[in-house]
Ligand binder design. Structure first.
Ligand code: HDD
Length: 708
């Protein structure tokens, strides 16, 4: 029971706190919600076994009433999400910049809960759609909850929060026929885009590989808005927050994303769930870009404009700590669905800026919880409860859980020693920014350069990344029925880059610009290209194609070397179950061609064994597996007879190890093959390097070899 007269903090961990709410149902007898034991639950109470059901069946009515109310409204945006628990540790005290307690002590672990999400789709939509991803983190600090409500793209669609309902209405399924689900490829969205030039930059990111991440574990996070750090002396600096995944930033390809949406709509949540269960705990470093107040106007963009990022080359990202996600939820609804984030949940030492998008967010998040979580007491839901204790005079309301003691619920008071009391020293003090201005509905002139950073982003992309953006324009705008809107997209993006506009026009039956335009920006920001991200094979998934008569030693040696590199393998065959090797040993096929597809793996390996490969050569599914992996630019490995499958697939132009008797390794275009190797170690090493590359875009330059 909570007494309202102290400032006790952090007496138990979040894990202990949640555990106290956990209900184990194993082996206990069935009861009603009033704890009355139930004798029979398969039949309702009737007047005779074929007669009418009786009103007095309180067990039936209670069970049905509860079921009828099991759903709560889904989030108006970010409805589909997936969460996990973990902890955060700062590397060194950040005292110089902020007084936030959780950023002072490197030995301290602050519990966190993270919810990843898509923005547009409804709760049952697919994970791999093209969309921005939410990356919201709740830090349960000793000074109360701090929410870093971030996305995986560093900028936003619009500059002022008042336009948020418009952009969301435009991108959501069209209201007359509720189509399309979780997609921007439709008329109302692009109608809004061509009428709202501030979206140009965000569209470039949305159509880039960033919007189809390989995994939540391989995504950056960005606080987007400009915040402030304030230290104990009251000195403030502007700050932007970043999460940098230790595994680097990696993406799917569009064809793969679309197929995954059908084959495994839960692809991202499964990936996170499995990784945590396997002990591959996702890790992200927290980075900050810090800007002195006197440098506010030193840039050619306004630092309060959320459609601009701060290039890392201009303002470096300082890595200040690490978050590890180490525990899956016990219950999706209780935790992931009921968690309530709010950009305004800050702790002393973290403050806001006048970014007009942020200011609007500060209203919206609290407001939306009233409808979604049914009242003002959502902070009492276990997942939302701070580990620090709550003491105030707020009372009552729907779903109040606390039983507040005594008769005093006001301040000041004498009856309870004037408690709970404000704490002038440790309490939150808003930064005393001087504000002066007329009340106007206006956009600052400094917000009106809509295209320069869009060009900067375009300049920063590799050839492959540029091609993906153009392809995405062809898909998204190609889905627009109104030809005028299509044309206006070309005209709008001619402001970004003339060549881009010409390429867009080509794919969507529009007229290329008569005067190819652009902003004239020639600079780039290498940090935003995924080509420059950390690359590792760790936690990647390899599909091993095999059938009876495979070479046991080869397969197990490769599997063991991959395992030592942190790579996971699954054996795929026509039928699940035990496969027998050429020398009679057994290996389990974990998947068949119906349950698995190349789209679910990062790489493919084909083992040797004459009988095995002869069988695979007759299987269209095995050939398709290899062809598709090649098309998606993934690493492919084969040893001995396995090389025959590669040579017989549609990859005929790709050099592979021939039929020489001497061991010979060929490593071309991410296809690693070897014949007659006594030691498979060398092959495995090269194969692991190819997996770590993630994709081999060099194949795009060899288009004639890519299967259609
Ligand atoms: Fe938002 C949810 C991130 C702008 C209004 N937002 C939501 C979530 C994330 C973001 C990650 C999901 C939280 C969860 O997992 O429960 N939103 C952002 C970012 C923005 C942004 C990074 C730009 C900087 N949002 C934004 C604006 C508004 C909102 C401008 C309204 C003025 N966002 C909401 C919301 C949601 C939400 C309607 C829906 C459900 C919820 O809050 O709890 O209040």
């Amino acid at each position: 029971m909570d007494k309202h007269n102290g400032t006790m903090i952090n007496e138990r961990s979040k894990e202990e706190q949640l555990a106290s709410f956990r209900k184990e149902h194993d082996g206990t007898r069935l009861t009603t919600n009033q704890a009355v034991p139930v004798s029979h639950t398969d039949d309702s109470l009737k007047a005779g076994s074929r007669g009418p059901t009786l009103m007095e069946d309180f067990h039936f009515r209670e069970k049905m009433m509860h079921f009828d109310h099991e759903r709560i409204p889904e989030r108006v945006v970010h409805a589909r999400g997936f969460g996990a628990h973990g902890y955060f540790q700062v590397y060194e005290p950040m005292t110089e910049f902020t007084r936030a307690k959780f950023l002072q002590d490197a030995s301290k672990k602050t519990p966190v809960f993270v919810r990843f999400s898509t923005v547009v789709g409804s709760r049952g939509s697919a994970d791999t759609v093209r969309d921005v991803r939410g990356f919201a983190t709740k830090f349960y600090t000793e000074e109360g909850n701090y929410d870093l409500v971030a996305n995986n793209i560093p900028i936003f669609f619009i500059q002022d929060a008042i336009k948020f309902p418009d952009v969301v209405h435009a991108i959501k399924p069209e209201p007359h026929n509720e189509m399309p689900q979780a997609s921007a490829a439709h008329d109302t969205f692009w109608d809004f885009v061509v009428n709202t030039p501030e979206l140009a930059h965000m569209i470039m990111w949305l159509l880039s590989d960033r919007a189809i991440p390989r995994s939540y574990r391989m995504m950056e996070g960005f606080g987007v808005n400009t915040f402030r750090f304030v230290n104990a002396e009251g000195k403030a600096r502007f700050v932007k927050f970043h999460w940098k995944p230790m595994l680097g930033v990696h993406s799917l390809v569009w064809d793969e994303s679309q197929k995954l949406a059908g084959k495994d709509p839960d692809y991202h949540r499964r990936d996170l769930w499995d990784a945590i269960n396997k002990g591959d705990f996702p890790e992200y470093e927290l980075g900050v870009q810090i800007l002195e107040e006197e440098d506010e106007f030193k840039f050619d963009f306004d630092i309060l404009d959320a459609t601009k990022f701060w290039p890392e080359e201009l303002i470096p990202v300082k890595l200040i700590g690490k978050m590890t996600l180490s525990r899956n939820v016990d219950n999706f609804f209780a935790e992931t669905e009921q968690v309530a984030f709010h950009a305004g949940h800050v702790v002393p030492g973290i403050d806001f800026s006048n970014d007009p998008l942020l200011q609007g967010r500060l209203f919206s998040y609290l407001d939306t919880q009233l409808i979604r979580l049914g009242g003002p007491n959502f902070h009492e839901i276990p997942i939302n409860q701070p580990v620090a204790h709550v003491h105030n005079n707020q009372r009552d309301g729907y779903h109040r859980m606390s039983i507040d003691h005594g008769r005093v619920s006001y301040f000041p008071n004498s009856l309870q020693g004037n408690t709970p009391q404000p704490d002038a020293e440790n309490g939150y003090i808003h930064y005393a920014e001087k504000v002066d201005g007329r009340k106007v509905r206006e956009r600052s002139e400094s917000f009106k350069d809509f295209y320069s950073q869009a060009t900067l982003f375009w300049n920063s992309m590799s050839i492959a990344e540029k091609q993906h953006i153009v392809d995405a324009f062809h898909f998204e705008v190609g889905g627009v029925m109104d030809k005028q809107i299509r044309q206006r997209v070309v005209d709008m993006f001619n402001n970004v880059d003339g060549q881009l506009a010409i390429q867009i026009a080509q794919g969507i039956g529009a007229t290329p610009p008569a005067n190819p335009g652009g902003t004239g920006v020639k600079t780039s920001s290498p940090a935003v290209s995924q080509e420059n991200t950390p690359k590792s094979a760790r936690t990647r998934k390899v599909a091993i194609l095999a059938d009876n008569g495979f070479n046991f030693n080869e397969v197990t040696q490769v599997m063991e070397t991959l395992k030592r590199a942190g790579v996971h393998c699954e054996v795929i065959s026509k039928y699940q179950g035990m496969l027998t090797s050429v020398d009679g040993r057994q290996l389990e096929a974990n998947q068949n061609y119906f349950t698995a597809g190349s789209i679910m793996y990062d790489a493919v390996y084909v083992a040797g064994g004459r009988q095995c490969v002869d069988t695979l050569l007759k299987q269209g599914d095995a050939l398709h597996f290899v062809n598709e992996a090649f098309k998606h630019a993934k690493a492919i490995g084969a040893t001995n007879e396995g090389v025959d499958l590669i040579a017989s697939s549609q990859l005929q132009g790709v050099p592979t190890a021939g039929t020489q008797t001497q061991a010979q390794l060929v490593n071309e275009l991410g296809v690693v093959t070897i014949r007659n190797a006594a030691d498979m170690g060398y092959f495995s090493q090269k194969f692991i390097e190819a997996i770590a590359q993630h994709r081999h875009w060099i194949r795009q330059k060899q288009k004639e070899m890519v299967p259609a």
